[in-house]
Design a protein around this ligand. Structure first.
Ligand code: LER
Ligand code: MN
Length: 286
């Protein structure tokens, strides 16, 4: 298993990101704890200096498996499904501006909340038409650079568009691009999927990235999800990517990051020491 954890190189409002800012210091800590990768949450690629970023991650031997883009919605309101054509064009432009950085870092680009929420007075089908068009445009722009996109099903409390693996797989079919797959997030899956493991199995080779958080969005091991069987199902699909921690920085960022990797390594299928899983489960209360 290769593990990564989400880091935003700049300030960000989204809460389930353990590390924000102070790039060098955070990357050094993440590498020291044994992570092999760092997932970057970037609002606008113009905010980061790509060569310096690459230098810092390479110095610490870390890969960058994915770039998260949702801050452009959360902090600027950019959306693929806005009823304002200028906002839709800006969202597409912003996502396309991630392509050179993603190519340089060999990272997948995440499509989460940049898809937006259906505005009042617009039909769901109209939003889906806009979403499909935006994804067709972005995937076509990225294909020559070999860059891939991972669409993340999100729970119903965050958006009305694409909640489940089934929704995601249907969307991929309608977009019709080979460089579009899914990002599965155990936090959202716990809310939306009938059975997480079955939904993972249904994806086959469409899983381009994977987020882990427990049922309460704390680090894995702090809630009631069965990560032994979830990871077993994930790797049975042939998934070779990263298991990326996206959880609340509780009881604090460092503790959550350390407990997450310790727990995941204990339960890794085929690894010795599965009998100690119970001992690693700790009371998550601060
Ligand atoms: C982002 O990866 C995510 O999981 C969402 O909850 C963001 O809103
Ligand atoms: Mn996620």
């Amino acid at each position: 298993m290769r593990t990564s954890i989400v880091l935003s190189p700049h300030a960000a409002q989204f809460e389930a990101v353990a590390f924000k800012g102070d790039l060098s210091a955070n990357i050094a800590k993440i590498a020291d704890w044994g992570y092999e990768g760092v997932e970057l949450a970037i609002r606008d690629p113009w905010l980061v200096e790509a060569d310096e970023l690459q230098r810092v991650v390479s110095t610490h031997g870390l890969a960058v498996p994915a770039i998260g883009t949702g801050q452009a919605w959360g902090e600027e309101g950019l959306s693929f499904t806005s009823d304002d054509p200028a906002v839709r064009a800006a969202a597409i432009g912003r996502i396309e501006s991630h392509i050179p950085l993603a190519a340089q870092l060999n990272a997948v680009i995440i499509v989460g909340l940049i898809r937006g929420i259906t505005p009042r007075g617009q039909t769901h089908e109209q939003s889906m038409t806009y979403l499909i068009g935006a994804l067709q445009e972005c995937t076509a722009a990225a294909a020559p650079a070999g860059v891939r996109f991972a669409l993340e099903p999100l729970n119903r409390y965050e958006t009305d568009l694409i909640h489940t693996v089934s929704d995601g797989l249907k969307l991929i079919e309608r977009v019709g691009a080979g460089n579009l797959g899914l990002l599965l997030d155990t936090f959202h899956m716990n809310i939306e999927e009938p059975l997480i493991e079955d939904s993972i199995r249904a994806c086959g080779d469409c899983i381009f990235h994977f987020h882990v958080a427990d049922s309460n969005r704390w680090y894995p091991g702090a809630g009631h999800l069965n990560f032994e069987s979830i990871l077993e199902a994930l790797f049975a699909t042939g998934y070779l990517g990263f298991v990326s921690g996206e959880f609340l920085p509780l009881p604090d960022a460092d503790t959550s990051a350390e407990r997450s990797i310790a727990y995941l390594r204990q339960i890794w299928p085929g690894q010795q020491g599965c009998g100690t899983v119970t001992a690693l489960r700790e009371d998550p209360s601060p």
